[in-house]
Design a protein around this ligand. Structure first.
Ligand SMILES: Nc1ncnc2c1ncn2[C@@H]1O[C@H](COP(=O)(O)OP(=O)(O)O)[C@@H](O)[C@H]1O
Ligand SMILES: Cc1cn([C@H]2C[C@H](O)[C@@H](COP(=O)(O)O)O2)c(=O)[nH]c1=O
Length: 222
């Protein structure tokens, strides 16, 4: 693991063989993990990175410096699993930050919060096609309005595999595919956790969105 500060703490969940990602050093790969918030995207990414590291491969993890929820030196899941990482504004800064020699040695690169990186497509192409890296990308496919978020969907055509995870609907407990924003803020990018967002199924996305639209209309007419 090439990390700025600490070694990888061991992650206590056993790895299934299917969760590991094997690749030859001559030819890179791109694996994409998407889904709503709380679906286990970061957990899946960290398990895969840990498995690659356990297999003797050199790994590094990058997250967006926009997400300051748990500090900048670690990726942390919603239930507390943690791994040291590089927090960057742009992926193009990575090679310079880590150093060319260290970059050349790297075999596996994990990217979390991929929706926040504008240069995701170019970075993944370069790393996999030209530099032979295995790139594992985790991010939101959709924002709170279920619109395509950042460049995550743009890398589907260049990916080896795509996995869409689901969370549990906070209203009914069924599978949740979407992220509902609980506050009235309208900007696309709004950092937050369970205080601002909740995972919901299709039915409750529609019901809760209608309820919040009606609520704001009522306020406007009173
Ligand atoms: N509403 C919630 N609030 C806090 N934690 C949650 C909530 N729903 C699920 N979780 C926990 O979050 C874990 C997934 O965390 P994480 O891997 O960080 O998800 P993601 O990266 O997809 O947002 C789940 O296994 C569960 O334990
Ligand atoms: C839906 C949605 C989310 N965000 C932010 C909120 C969090 O900071 C991250 C997602 O984190 P996770 O690891 O997937 O839980 O993205 C946003 O800015 N805009 C949105 O619409």
């Amino acid at each position: 693991m090439l990390s700025p500060t600490r070694p990888i703490p061991s992650i206590p969940t056993p790895q299934s063989h299917a969760e590991t990602t094997q690749s030859s050093s001559l030819c890179g790969e791109i694996h994409v993990i998407v889904g709503p918030m709380f679906a286990g995207k970061t957990t899946t990414l960290l398990r895969r990175i840990q498995a690659e590291s356990n297999n003797g491969r050199t790994v590094a993890v990058i997250k967006s410096s926009k997400d300051t929820r748990y500090g900048l030196d670690s990726i942390v899941t919603h239930d507390g699993m943690k791994l040291p990482c590089w927090a960057l504004a742009n992926l193009s800064l990575f090679r310079q930050k880590i150093g060319t020699d260290a970059y050349d040695q790297l075999e596996v690169i994990g990217i979390d919060e991929a929706q926040f990186f504008e240069d995701l497509y170019d970075f993944c192409c370069e790393a996999a096609d030209h530099d032979g890296k295995t790139v594992i990308v985790a991010g939101l496919d959709g924002d709170y309005l279920r619109r395509s978020f950042g460049s995550v969907l743009d890398i589907i055509p260049i990916a080896n595999s795509v996995m869409k995870l689901t969370a549990r609907c906070e209203v009914c407990g069924k599978q949740a595919q979407f992220t509902l924003r609980k506050t009235d803020e309208r900007e696309t990018e709004l950092i937050g956790g369970a205080d601002v967002y909740m995972p919901v199924c299709r039915q409750h996305y529609v019901i809760e969105t209608a309820r919040s639209v009606l609520g704001s209309q009522k306020l406007a007419y009173t």
